[in-house]
Design a protein around this ligand. Structure first.
Ligand code: HEC
Length: 207
């Protein structure tokens, strides 16, 4: 019974997705104002795709980190992230025909520095966080016509060991490696639930 229910659910999801794709824009029936403000691409589709890619990338990260942590200890994970973080996001990006960036207002690796558009998103989220509002993903076209999915990266409990408070959350052994690899590190002092940074997923096929 349960299986049947899940089957039906899946089928209905699949059907509704298909319908969405085939649907032609209902421009004639919509008021002009709405027509102007509506983006010229399927925002919901990019929301969905963006979320999926961000989650999948996070999972790949987590899997690698857990493996290194359990076999070589956490300080080795810092070294691993230092050598592999960008490479890992790049390989996930290639597989999905996107460019994936993780950036932040408080950087660890300066190579992850935000560009102007990413800074704007970070500011939007920081303001929303201050005002106690929910941080929702943002889908936007850039000036060259590429669609971007931006999503908040929030600090989780498991991140404290490397992004929390030195001494209290970060062990001296880990802090030492962090400081060795990233002398200008700013990515500490976060609390659980804080905005740690953002995802920027740029879709390479133009819409
Ligand atoms: C074992 C230590 C460790 C843990 C645990 C860890 N990080 Fe990091 N984090 C790093 C290192 C090292 C970098 C720099 C990676 C690089 O060189 O690109 C980094 C970079 C980042 C960046 C990229 C922006 C920047 O500052 O360079 C984000 C975003 C981030 N971490 C979020 C998280 C989140 C969210 C968690 C928990 C789910 C987490 N990290 C857990 C060590 C860690």
């Amino acid at each position: 019974m349960k299986k049947l229910f899940i089957g039906l659910l899946l089928t209905s999801i699949l059907i509704s997705c298909n319908n969405q794709k085939k649907e032609t824009p209902k421009t004639e029936t919509q008021p002009i104002i709405e027509k102007q403000t509506k983006p010229s691409f399927d925002e919901a589709l990019y929301q969905k795709k963006g979320k999926e890619i961000a989650m999948a990338t996070f999972k790949v990260f987590k899997g690698h980190i857990q493996k290194v942590a359990s076999t070589q200890g956490l300080p080795a994970v810092v070294d691993f992230c230092n050598k592999k973080a960008i490479q890992l996001t790049d390989s996930m990006a290639q597989a999905n025909n996107v460019i994936i960036k993780r950036t932040s207002h408080k950087l660890r690796n300066e190579k992850n520095a935000p560009d102007a558009a990413q800074k704007e998103i970070l500011d939007t989220y920081l303001k929303a966080q201050k005002e106690g509002q929910a941080l929702k993903p943002i889908v936007k076209k850039d000036k060259d016509g590429y669609v971007h999915f931006y999503g908040p990266i929030k600090l989780k409990h498991e991140c404290l060991k490397c992004h929390g408070q030195p001494e209290k959350d970060i062990s001296p052994a880990i802090y030492k490696v962090i400081k060795e690899k990233y002398p200008n590190d700013q990515a500490t002092g976060f609390k659980v639930g804080d905005l740690r940074g953002i995802w920027d997923i740029k879709f390479l096929e133009k819409k």
